[in-house]
Design a protein around this ligand. Structure first.
Ligand code: 4AD
Ligand code: MG
Length: 512
């Protein structure tokens, strides 16, 4: 084994252009450097699908148009080999990006071993074990570019509004969001934790800078295997002095509308690759319905929820019939189909199986969801399925506010109208996704906070610095946290949050 670099290979060609600029270069001679995503052969022709990160382009190598070395490169090249291609850009409306390259020369930079990920579909665990390579495929490309767009929009949105970005520490001495999901570490023989949230430090920074936001990795030792939980995720948390709960909800609403509209404007190609129906995203407009916890509980227990569930079950059964019909059709046509068509059918069959198991699983869950909704008791926190059901009643995100204090964190301000309630709010993403934002107005009273810390069995010493914020110029203030991966999972319509992170960390995964 050893170095696979071909002798005399061109290393870096500085005149190479990004694939996503080819559309503007029709008729020009160009150089493209990248990797071979896929290859098809036909008599005297090779079709090389070349990926450079910015996009994909089909490169047509014709036996009669290139020298022997280039032809031999086209013959020998394997999937994921690195190569340099020269040629002319021509329009071809049927190709991705509307162009292709008529190759004048092709050169292998390094020849790849047999690649473990073939163009046909694999199971997600297989792919996650090879995430370092899977990142090169279309779905991760699309998803993580949407993630990038969301990150940019986060900064733009807050910077335009005069917020100052500040980093909260990752190594901390205390819990923020309860003690059950803390990752403990040994900090020079002192117990310490990976932060669950930057909020408490965010509050200190807001008292110094007015309006701030933190954006960084946060950690939860979640022992749950749901599609909504990571153990390491990125949270963006604005914190504002002289802000109340209503202002907080207004900000969250403007923020989500902005994120979605930026993605719709700039990520059309990505959403297409993901097969994302954009109609529900276009409906993400102000105002979002706002329900008190009390109203949400009534809705959850209502006949309307039961009806929605029954409709859903009916829809799922229809979907299963359609999928099984499609599978039968493929089986009938497979024998006569050409090679390239068979490949497409193989991929479709795997997709049909995936959709079938997802629909069957959901169908199995529905009776449990119905029971949990009907028997929901005032004072409990909403579970994942309860949130999903609530979102089905609306065509856009919803905000639920004024939760029973015991289900919320120690720092929440109480509702002056009803001391049983905390001035907290959650934003639930539509289409079943559920909570993407949690936040609220913070308690300002020192004695109250000290009692809260005791009642939550938290060590007072660790919060002395936090109490100082109430000793020296305590003011009404509020903020929230947005989970980046949950937001991206919703916008991209992913089945599982893990695909929204480049290298996800979950209960069962710490590698690659
Ligand atoms: O609702 P949470 O726990 O709120 C806080 O941490 C507050 N201190 C935030 C604040 O007010 N500054 O978490 C906020 C968001 C959730 O709405 C969710 O989107 C995300 O963080 N989140 C998770 N995302 C992925 N995996 C997990 N295990 C998550 N836990 C929370
Ligand atoms: Mg929450």
């Amino acid at each position: 084994m050893g170095d696979r670099t071909e002798k005399h290979a061109i290393l870096v060609d500085r005149s190479a252009v990004p694939v996503d600029t080819l559309r503007a270069r029709i008729g020009a001679a160009v150089v493209v450097q990248g990797w071979l995503q896929n290859k098809r052969a036909s008599k005297d022709l090779y079709f090389l699908e070349v990926r450079d990160g910015s996009g994909l382009v089909q490169c047509v190598v014709s036996r009669h148009e290139v020298d022997d070395a280039s032809w031999s490169a086209a013959v020998r090249i394997t999937q994921e080999s690195a190569l340099t291609v020269r040629g002319t850009v021509v329009a071809n409306a049927r190709q991705i990006g509307g162009v292709e390259i008529q190759v004048s020369s092709a050169e292998i930079f390094s020849l790849a071993d047999e690649y473990p990920i073939s163009p046909k579909a694999h199971g997600v665990e297989f792919l996650m074990d090879r995430r370092h390579l899977w990142l090169r495929s279309r779905r991760p490309w699309a998803t993580l570019r949407v993630r990038n767009r969301v990150i940019m929009s986060i900064h733009e949105f807050y910077q335009e509004r005069g917020f100052v970005q500040m980093d909260a520490p990752i190594l901390t001495s205390s819990a923020v969001e309860g003690t059950s999901t803390l990752f403990g570490i040994d900090y020079f023989s002192t117990p310490a934790y990976l932060t669950q949230s930057g909020q408490l430090h965010g509050e200190a920074m807001a008292m110094a800078f007015g309006k701030i936001y933190t954006f960084g990795p946060t950690f939860r030792a979640e022992k749950s295997k749901t599609r909504r939980h990571l153990t390491e995720f990125w949270m963006m948390e604005p914190e504002m002095a002289f802000y109340d709960l209503d202002m907080n909800m207004d900000l969250a609403e403007d923020f989500i509308v902005r994120l979605v509209s930026d993605v719709l404007r700039d990520c059309q190609e990505e959403l297409k690759v993901l097969g994302r129906d954009t109609a529900p995203l276009s409906r993400v407009q102000k105002p979002f319905p706002r329900l008190t916890y009390e109203e949400a509980v009534d809705l959850l227990k209502s006949d309307a929820t039961r009806d929605l569930l029954h409709q859903r079950a009916k829809g799922l059964r229809e979907k299963l019939t359609a999928l099984s019909n499609e599978r039968m059709q493929i089986r009938q046509q497979y024998g006569q189909a050409k090679q390239w068509k068979r490949r497409r059918m193989d991929a479709r069959r795997i997709e049909i199986n995936r959709q079938q198991s997802a629909a069957e699983e959901e169908l199995r869950n529905i009776p449990g969801w119905e029971r949990s909704a009907r028997e929901f008791e005032w004072g409990s926190d909403f579970g994942g399925s309860d949130e999903t059901l609530l979102t089905w009643h609306f065509d856009r995100p919803i905000i639920i506010h004024r939760y029973p204090a015991p289900v919320k964190a120690f720092y929440m301000k109480r509702d002056p109208e009803d001391d049983r309630l905390a001035l907290g709010m959650d934003v639930l993403a539509p289409e079943g996704y559920g909570e993407i934002i949690g936040g609220g107005e913070r308690a300002t009273d020192l004695a109250f906070l000290q009692r809260q810390v005791d009642d939550h069995n938290l060590p007072r010493e660790a919060f002395e610095w936090y109490f100082d914020l109430r000793r020296y110029g305590s003011v009404p203030h509020a903020g929230f946290g947005l989970g980046l991966e949950r937001t991206v999972a919703w916008i991209c319509c992913l089945e599982h949050i893990r695909e929204a992170a480049p290298f996800p960390r979950t209960l069962g995964r710490l590698s690659p």
